[in-house]
Each structure stands twice: as C-alpha cells, then as structure tokens.
Design a protein around this ligand. Structure first.
Ligand code: UDP
Length: 328
C-alpha cells in the first residue's frame, strides 16, 4: 500500500528537497506550511499543500484529517541563530510550543514515527571535533536550545507513548537539487554560501566575514557543509531505521571548511571575485562545528552523494544563475 506522510515546512529549503525524494519513491505527501519562508512552487507535484500555521489547532486538524500518516517529518521552525539571540522567547514559543502541539496530535492520531529537523547548534563549548552523538549537548543559542527541548520531548513521547523518533542534527545544509528545480531562497538570506554567490554576482552588497580571530587555523569559523539532497536521503534512511527504536544522528561530511575557504571556492566555481570585508564575530557562533556521521553510516548504510564542497557550491551557483530572483 502506498504510504502517506505529513511534512511540516515542506515548502521550505530542506523540506522541499525531502518532499521531492518522497514523491520519487512513490509516496503520498501532505505538506503543511504557512508560506512565511516556504514557496508554493517549491512543492513537488502531486504533493498536497495545506496553507496554515502549526500554532493554529484548526490548521493542524485539517492536516491530520488527510491522514492516516505513516510518519511525520517536522521541518517548520524558526532557524536563525542571530534572530534567536535577539528574541529568545519567540523561539521557545514557536519552535517548542508548535512542536509539542504537533507531537501531541501525532500521538492522538496514532502516528508512531516522527522525524525532527534538529541542529548542530546543540553543540557548543569545548566539544571534541568531529562531533559524535556522544558529545555533551550544550546549545549555544536559544535556537539550539529550542531543538534540544524538542529532542527531550520526543524521548519522553517514546518512553511513555511509544512514538519512535529520529532527531537529525543538520550541520550546514547547502547546495541545491542537482536537477536544477529546487534551491535555497530565504528572505532575508543569512547563509554564507548563497550570500557569497550573490555578492559574486553583484546582486548583494559585499560579504562581511564574521570574525577573523576565532581559534581556528585561519581565524574564520569552520563549518561542515552538507548537500541538501544528501540530507533528504538521510531522512529516508533514518525513517527505515525506526523499526529498531528511536535514533539521533549527526549529519555532515566530517570535513570542515573555513569562511575564507568557502569564499575561495565560490570564486573558483563562478570565475568571479567575491567582494568581502572583515567584520566582528556574530553572537552565538561557535568557532568550529564538524560532524562525525559515522553512526548513521554504520546503522543505515546512508552515504552522501555530494560530499565535496565544490559540488555543493557548484549546484548552489547553478541554481542561482538559473533563478536569480529565487522562486519569484
Ligand atoms: N558567515 C559570515 N558572513 C555571513 C554569513 C555567515 O561570515 O554573511 C559565517 C558565519 O559566522 C558562520 C558561517 O559563515 O561561521 C556559516 O554561517 P551560516 O549562517 O551559513 O550557517 P550557521 O553556521 O550559522 O548555521
């Protein structure tokens, strides 16, 4: 029988890539998205869209009326570290509040598998690199804390109600669907790779590098960029694993790249200069975040198809060239 899935935030960047992967597998997909960040045209047909806010019980009821669902993938959330440092309570209200409501509905409707978009921002302080799932959880921002809280809620939802969950801690999602149909379109765009590309194309002001005195080899922050298509396939791999019990996986490529290295790669791929200047560090930014994804690889056989930074930047650049105004 065809399986039916609910994807919250399925019109957003990572969610839309997962919806495409589910549709390619022949699944039925229902998306709930308030389209604040998501784009209607990013949803792969024949997925069904319910426009609504998870905070609204009527919108959630409309989504669950389209069930029963074999699993829920929960992407819809606020996701900006800087914004969360300025307004922490909003992050707890929206991310934690809506997440708890959704988990409660899942339990009430007999859904027994749940996949949460979590984050590398769970890890901070003096964490050993690469970061394994054994590392202490010490969120460095209210955004990370909000995801940490939902991971704990899910642990109890399993213990008490038997809801099996996968918490997927994305490191830096980047790149674009290699077919060229889907890509990254945030407003405002805060992420390094699309900002550097837009600066190279002359579509954005010069890039500001956030800090040059971090304790890293070249003084700029080091991140582990993972291709969005590989993130999508990791969701399917993690879902299949839930028959063995709940899991948490760190998702990256195990390779760190500094901001300077990313700028150099955008210049190499585009053949253009990335105008940039050096500015102060951004609050809440840990100097280095690099994942060990050994656990998901061992337990599910998942492998990234696009582990190289060059391919990540190449697909992001191709998408931007073809869609200079994003989905508009
Ligand atoms: N960054 C930067 N300038 C920018 C945007 C980002 O120097 O305009 C840096 C940021 O400090 C971080 C890295 O690039 O070290 C990746 O940032 P991004 O916002 O893409 O993802 P995050 O690591 O915050 O999830």
């Amino acid at each position: 029988m065809t399986q039916r899935f609910l994807v919250t935030g399925g019109a957003g960047y990572v969610g839309s890539h997962l919806v495409a992967a589910l549709i390619a597998e022949g699944a039925d997909v229902v998306v709930i998205d308030d389209l604040r960040q998501g784009h209607r045209v990013a949803i792969t047909a024949p997925a069904e869209l319910i426009v609504g806010d998870l905070a609204d019980p009527a919108a959630r009821a409309a989504a669950f009326a389209r069930g029963p669902f074999a699993a829920i993938f929960h992407f819809a959330a606020l996701s900006l570290v800087g914004e969360s440092m300025a307004d922490p309570l909003r992050y707890f209200r929206e991310n934690v509040g809506n997440g708890i409501a959704l988990i409660g509905d899942a339990i009430g409707h007999g859904v027994n598998r749940f996949v949460l978009s979590s984050t590398a921002n769970l890890f901070g302080g003096d964490v050993e690199i690469p970061i394994t799932e054994q590392a202490a959880l010490l969120p460095s921002s209210p955004y990370g804390e909000s995801k940490f809280m939902l991971e704990r809620v899910l642990a109890w939802a399993d213990r008490v109600h038997g809801l099996k969950s996968a918490c997927l801690r994305y490191f830096n999602a980047a790149g674009a669907d290699p077919s060229g149909r889907l890509g990254e379109d945030h407003d405002p765009e805060t992420h390094l790779i699309p900002r550097a590309i837009d600066a190279a194309l002359g579509r954005a002001p010069e890039l500001v590098v956030f800090g040059t005195d971090h304790p890293t080899p070249d003084g700029t922050c080091v991140r582990d960029y993972i291709h969005v298509t590989d993130l999508a396939s990791a969701h399917l791999a993690a879902l299949a694993r839930l028959d063995h019990g709940s899991v948490a996986y760190n998702l990256g490529n195990g390779a760190g790249h500094s901001v300077r290295e990313v700028i150099a790669m955008v210049e190499a791929v585009s053949g253009r200069r990335v105008p940039h200047r050096f500015g102060p560090p951004r609050a809440g930014d840990p100097p280095t975040l690099v994942a060990s994804s050994a656990r998901i690889q061992e337990e599910t056989g998942w492998r990234p198809r696009f582990p190289e930074l060059r391919d990540i930047v190449r697909t992001a650049y191709a998408w931007r060239l073809a869609h200079p105004d994003g989905y508009r």
